[in-house]
Design a protein. Structure first.
Length: 129
């Protein structure tokens, strides 16, 4: 919760800083006219292209990372696990197979479509199949 508040505060301060810098730039417009000789239009084309290439590379890297993360989450959710339900009063156990993504708290759906809900006196153990 604290990190969410901190992130929100950082975004607000960043926006205020950006607005302040824009206002200062507008106030210093006459000074900027004297710097026309050093403007980006007078720089070589390769120098202007470098920031765009770096930004495109960063976006591409983020997309690749996001794709790998989503693939990992998807493949992990469809991994078959062995679920053993144990009655703590009698010690009897029953074994099921389910996809890892179909296990939700005290309820899970088996591979063949049965929905199993655990009682308060039962416990669940998961293991790799």
């Amino acid at each position: 919760m604290f990190l969410k508040l901190l992130l929100t505060a950082l975004v607000i301060f960043g926006a205020l800083f950006t607005l302040r810098m824009r206002n200062q730039r507008n106030l210093n417009a006459p000074v900027a006219a004297a710097r026309v000789a050093n403007s980006p239009r007078n720089q070589p084309r390769e120098v202007r292209r470098l920031p765009r290439l770096l930004a495109a590379g960063a976006v591409l890297l983020m997309l690749i990372g996001m794709s790998l993360y989503l693939y990992h989450q998807w493949s992990d959710a469809y991994r078959v696990v062995s679920v053993r339900v144990i009655d703590s009063r009698s010690g009897q156990s029953a074994s099921y197979q389910a996809y890892k993504g179909d296990i939700d708290g005290r309820t899970f759906t088996t591979i063949d479509g049965r929905v199993v809900t655990l009682a308060e006196v039962e416990r669940m153990e998961m293991g790799a199949d």
